[in-house]
Write a protein that binds this ligand. Structure first.
Ligand SMILES: NC(=O)c1ccc[n+]([C@@H]2O[C@H](COP(=O)([O-])OP(=O)(O)OC[C@H]3O[C@@H](n4cnc5c(N)ncnc54)[C@H](OP(=O)(O)O)[C@@H]3O)[C@@H](O)[C@H]2O)c1
Length: 321
């Protein structure tokens, strides 16, 4: 009676190396298959489904521990069909992302209107200076307060502290009473300190994930460090925030929302009138300085974009109209 297929046939069907299949068994991703009467391994459709799932998760760049969690979750899910379960989770997440993209487009469309409102409340001299507030200011505030649930006295690390979102994140976290560590390159250490950072780390000389220090919030404003790299630097209920969405991050969001005390989060700030009003109060209280790297006339907007894309602007670039 046929109860499964041998490893060679399975490897051909799934385009996997037999050694890889054996390795997955050794590390516990795949259960030991049944044996034929003569002792050969015979793989059933159950193992085949599980291998398909592992193969997909590997393509997404996930670690073995991450894959194990997803496979266990999928296998024990209510639906009971491993691959279909994971696919439906991804479909749901994609639906949510599409909704958030629509929110972002609507946010962009309303930006000019909000900017005009803010500008009316500031004198004309300060107008250019505050051009960065609507986008980067609201992003930093929304990520830290809404998604990171920032509390007085917490320890916050901002990676990319010298950038557009980064300079706002350092000052916003300080405003709400956090102890702030800013991560930037050598040339920007002094500037980040002048924004109020309690500690600065030069990423060209030291890797903040290897110092043994832990934080309540790690805010990667420039998307340079992954959740997996930062996890051990988070306190027990620590939150990792990243402004840039990747497929591994979305999957990590999904499983940390259900498993474990540490959370990984990505988000898109919604239309931000509420955040703008809070920022206006912080600016008027003199607690938020704008860092402007360069100012360009509208005719040089292409050059401004080129400079921004270098990934090394300090604070914001301003286009004058
Ligand atoms: N999710 C959202 O709603 C949302 C909202 C706003 C922005 N974003 C995204 O967030 C990202 C950041 O935006 P931004 O305007 O803040 O960027 P930015 O101003 O262009 O960031 C530039 C800064 O990144 C620093 N940097 C470069 N490599 C680094 C590294 N390996 N480690 C630490 N810092 C590094 C640079 O410092 P050095 O010169 O010292 O290296 C520079 O000061 C963008 O990709 C943007 O699209 C997302």
């Amino acid at each position: 009676m046929k109860t499964g297929i041998p490893i060679g046939e399975l490897a051909v069907q799934l385009q996997l190396n037999p050694k890889t299949i054996r390795y997955y068994e050794e590390v516990g991703l795949l259960p030991e298959p049944r044996r034929s009467e003569s002792g050969y391994r015979l793989y059933s459709t159950y193992e085949m489904e599980r291998l398909r799932l592992i193969k997909k998760a590997k393509v997404l760049g996930l670690s073995l521990a991450e894959i194990k969690e997803i496979v266990e979750y999928a296998v024990n899910g209510r639906c009971g069909v491993t691959e279909a379960r994971l696919l439906s989770l991804i479909e749901t997440k994609l639906g949510e992302i599409n909704q958030k993209i629509e929110d972002l487009i609507s946010f962009r469309n309303n930006l000019r209107q909000y900017h005009q409102k803010l500008s009316q409340k500031l004198d004309s001299e300060a107008r250019d200076e505050h051009a960065g507030v609507p986008f980067c200011g609201t992003t930093a505030l929304y990520f830290l307060k809404k998604m990171g649930k920032l509390q007085d006295g917490q320890k916050v690390l901002s990676n990319g502290a010298s950038g557009g979102v980064g300079t706002f994140s350092v000052q916003t976290a300080k405003y709400y009473g956090a102890e702030v560590t800013g991560v930037c390159s050598t040339a920007n250490l002094e500037m980040v300190q002048s924004l109020g950072a309690d500690k600065v780390i030069d990423y060209t000389k030291e890797d903040f994930t290897k110092t043994g220090q832990t934080y309540d919030i790690i805010f990667d404003t420039v998307g340079k460090r992954t959740y997996s790299q930062c996890r051990n630097s988070l306190n027990q209920k620590g939150i990792y925030l990243n402004t840039i969405a990747t497929v591994p991050l979305l999957l990590q969001m999904l499983w940390t929302s259900k498993i474990g005390s540490k959370k990984a989060k990505f988000g898109l700030p919604p239309c931000a009138k509420k955040e703008l009003d809070i920022l206006k109060d912080i600016i008027e209280a003199g607690k938020l300085k704008m860092v402007i790297d360069r100012t360009y006339p509208l005719s040089e907007i292409a050059e401004a974009h080129r400079y921004s894309e270098s990934g090394h602007a300090k604070g914001k670039l301003v286009i004058t109209l």
